[in-house]
Ligand binder design. Structure first.
Ligand code: SF4
Length: 288
């Protein structure tokens, strides 16, 4: 059984690779035992929803199947990107790619027209005005770099609508009759009411949106006040991206077991729901 099967997953998410840079073992345990949703995470999700509603025209679609849900993600991303020229920004853009043959998916928080190009902005909510630790910053940086890589791969033709079609067998995916009626009611043209057709539209919009800037933005927002605490800028570096993938994919290829945090980072265990239960690597009583 390969790692994806063991974790009951079909693809690697940008947030999975980011989480490997916090604690790879914890990322794995989250899939095996279920992620623990804290009040802070719930509040963060709520704020993301509010920001999306402020930027994008809300699209009410009720998917009834896997194909419907995939269509909805592709269509809402396409729809937001097709108005970026007028609105100057859009949120929640789905991006697909391949990492050494592994299916990759991510959702870019915001794309914004700035300085003659398009910038990627990732929003992270905080429970106070304190800036995140270096370790947290690293995970956020990895996530946003992966979005840039996936967008570049599409723009440069390294990942195409054809590759997507083959990986997801998109032409075999049929949206439900009820969902098709919802699309018709929204005024979606009949020729793009299939997963393959809407994927092609999304890929062409990404290709024509303009060059994605090498400067990536991470915006820290106080979840109580909604105020921006700080916007952190990162310079994209292809060599750094390659090293990140070399390290992280070793786990997905099954070349090594998931790594717990090293001793100097065992302070992270105090914030981990698995500490002393599913993971006792740094549990003080383990020697008793
Ligand atoms: S207890 Fe520590 S090493 Fe184990 S999964 Fe949690 S953070 Fe990682």
């Amino acid at each position: 059984m390969n790692v994806l099967e063991k974790l009951n997953k079909g693809s690697i998410r940008a947030s999975d690779i980011a989480a490997q840079y916090w604690c790879e073992r914890q990322m794995e345990l989250n899939y095996i035992h279920g992620a623990k949703i804290t009040a802070e995470i719930r509040k963060g999700k709520e704020m993301h929803g509010n920001l999306e509603a402020e930027t994008n025209v809300p699209i009410v679609l009720m998917p009834r199947s896997y194909a419907d849900a995939m269509y909805k993600g592709l269509y809402t991303s396409y729809s937001g990107l097709s108005t970026i020229g007028k609105n100057k920004k859009t949120r929640e853009v789905q991006v697909y790619g391949s990492l050494n043959g592994f299916k990759f998916v991510g959702k870019v928080d915001q794309m914004e027209v700035m300085d003659g190009g398009v910038v990627i902005v990732e929003d992270k909510t905080r429970s106070s005005d304190r800036m995140p630790s270096e370790s947290q910053l690293t995970t956020h940086k990895v996530q946003v770099m992966l979005y840039k890589k996936a967008m570049d791969d599409i723009q440069m033709g390294r990942y195409t609508a054809g590759t997507f079609e083959q990986s997801y067998h998109a032409s075999k995916l049929r949206i439900t009759w009820e969902f098709d009626r919802q699309l018709e009611a929204l005024g979606v043209e009949s020729q793009i009411r299939s997963v393959s057709a809407i994927a092609e539209r999304l890929f062409s919009s990404i290709k024509s949106v303009g060059r994605i800037s090498d400067t990536l933005y991470i915006r820290y927002i106080n979840q109580a006040t909604g105020n921006i605490i700080e916007t952190h800028k990162i310079r994209y570096d292809e060599n750094e991206m390659s090293s990140i993938l070399d390290f992280s994919l070793k786990y997905w290829k099954g070349e090594r077991e998931s790594l717990p945090v090293p001793e100097k980072e065992k302070w992270k265990c105090n914030f981990c729901a698995f500490f002393g239960k599913e993971c006792k690597v740094w549990w003080p009583q383990k020697v008793l």
